[in-house]
Ligand binder design. Sequence first.
Ligand code: IVH
Length: 804
Amino acid sequence: MDHLVDAEKRAGELRQMIAQARGVYYRPEGDAAEPLYSDAQYDAAVRELRDLEARFPQLISPDSPTQTVEEPLADRGEVAATESGGGVGEAGGASAFAPVVHGERMLSLEDVFDFDEVAAWGERVGATTLTAEPKIDGLAVSITYENGVLVQAATRGDGRVGEDVTAQARTIANLPASLAGGPHPAHVEVRGEVYIPVAEFEQFNAARAAAGEKTFMNPRNAAAGSLRQKDAAQTAKRPLRFLAHGVGALRLETAGDDAAFAPPPTQSGWYALLAAWGLPTIPGTRVVSGSAGALDYIRELGEERALLPFLIDGVVLKVDGLAEQEELGLTSRTPRWAVAYKYPPQEVHTRLLDIAVDVGRTGRVTPYGVMEPVLVDGSMVARATLHNGFEVARKDVRIGDTVVLRKAGDVIPEILGPVERARTGHEVVFVMPTNCPACGAVLAPTNEGEKDLRCPNVALCPAQLRGRVEHLASRGALDVEGLGEEGARALTNPDANRQDAVDALLRGGALWIDREAHYLRAPEGVDPADWDVAERTAAAHALLDRLAPVQAAPLTSEAGIFHLTPEDLRQVRIFRPAVGKGAGENDVAWVRAFWTTPSAPRKDGSVAKPSELSKSAAALLANLAAARTKELWRFLVALSIRHVGPVAAHALAARFGSLAAIEESIALHDLVELADVEGVGPIIAASLRDWLATERGQQIIAAWREAGVELADAPLAESEEAAPQTLAGLTIVATGALQGYTRDSIGATIALHGGKAASSVSKKTDYVLAGEKAGSKLTKAQTLGVRVIDEDEFEVLRSGGTLD
Ligand code: IVH
């Protein structure tokens, strides 16, 4: 992707995907499809976007997800909740780990995708000696040793601040608690990768599947999830390994040691030293001569790639001499002395078993391919979006086809097309449904000529409601831990998977209810082999209806979400693949979603352990109750109002402070004030006004208020008092893409600390805080002689320090 236009398009796609994956979808139409992305895909999307932005800095915008959240894994951590079992709890929530400020920033790498780019980089660095090393597909960590003793381990986080995972890292089998050899520096940050070897991953996943636990998409995800277990004893059970690939901050003085420590002059020298200290270094690392040597290495490793014990996604090239590295220096995020070559995406064949459709939060109906699961570039893929009916026709993929699959730009699985010569003639052409599969409403495009079909039944369609409830609870909205996709489904459409039970019965499998297996039996005197198919199907439905009657959903509108009680959840059951003792492979279980399964009744009919609210459901209700006092912007996002995304929500909350004030402004001035807010504008303002005027909108707001939802932020004065007024009297203009801040949040931060965030530079401006891609404001500052500061210097000011 060498052209800006392509890069821009791709960046747009990635941003959309990331936002969608975060559950915050702010495409102009405010549309959303089902989350079809795994954690790994999400991580890869963020990485790819970051890489694109590094190559085309003009694409960086302050609200790009790379600027708003830095470390996806830290946000989407696969933490204990999903794995503790019971109920439908899902991972999520604020970090449970203490922050750790890295002594030296943890940088990322510039990616290159072809040999020409490698050669061009080789020319730029002009170095003859390079290290060439496998790029391990794991997660970066920093391990601090003081006088040879491991004292701290931290994740990368945003590169400046990571999370303290010392207890977890101590359980990694090949990470030494104290270093061998010596002398050792007083303080050194050893940088490296935590990963799970491929063979161990497969065993580990198989064991989890056998125990009925959730399996991981790929080793990287599993490693990230494992390292971020709150309980280090759980981490200890995971096959994590460490490989060192560099050093960060280094302090030399050796405590009372005679032999002074002298750092090596080369990268390869460091690797030898780290190895002598007993630290595992990356096997296959080699010193090569210039980019020609690097290309040979890339070719060779490419051939051996599948045989390596760990997953790699490329080759890292580093200038070997540390003095040369120093001279070449850094860009804002990446060193100039290193580069990552990424291997091209793998294309694989698999069978398209079915084409199904999903109904998203805004009613958009998206067809997707259901495939025989297949490993593509290190992750299992079983689904790929096909976007819309036109796209299916254009690609001419038919159910039953062998299809070519790859991960587009390393991220989103994409069906490229059918393998026509593999056709048997039995393939079935897909036809888009005319009615909503969730509620039966007649589908139609919103506007004539649009390719996407939508379900118009906004209020009542259970699929849309499920999408909205999931969105409401997502991190970018109310951030309700324990309420994910499955939980939202159980609340709004618990019978969604009813057909699975019918299928199981028809296949001769069991439907398990409270530890009892139920089978479909042919009527007396009828030979099962001769049983009429239609009668059999009717009998399966009848049996199911008798054993597992159709349920009313606890929620029929998001209005009720803050009123949910344990009693509302008591009877809710969902259909799931059956696991555990005696369960056959295709059996289905009808399990309580929020309450525990009671113990089997004793002979006298009494029950030792009756059903009770599960821990995760109790936590979910507590989290919902706690969410009632969250910030206004979160509620504005949570309402799934078309066009109202986080940027507009922040801006509205900052300007008005409460929904009541917004309503009052609309009553008095219609859209005038609203549309005037930066980041809002007339379209968003009108959409908000119109939504508030609907009966459904009114009902939701009234119900939430009645449940004690405040829909108002604490008056600014209170929070002002809380924050030290370190910027009092200073006028600061922020410009460009700032690390760790969005355009809104930097303004809010300056104001919070008593400063004035101005939008244009004048002689009165004290500082111009310039990030990447700063433009005319930076030039103006330079012309007027106004001091320009970067994020680090701003941090100094904010925390009460002075600049020299
Ligand atoms: S060096 C300043 N070497 O790739 C350079 N990184 O895309 C810092 N990675 O964050 C990284 N294998 O987590 C380096 N042999 C290797 C690596 C490696 C994997 C990861 C690392 C880094 C990411 C950048």
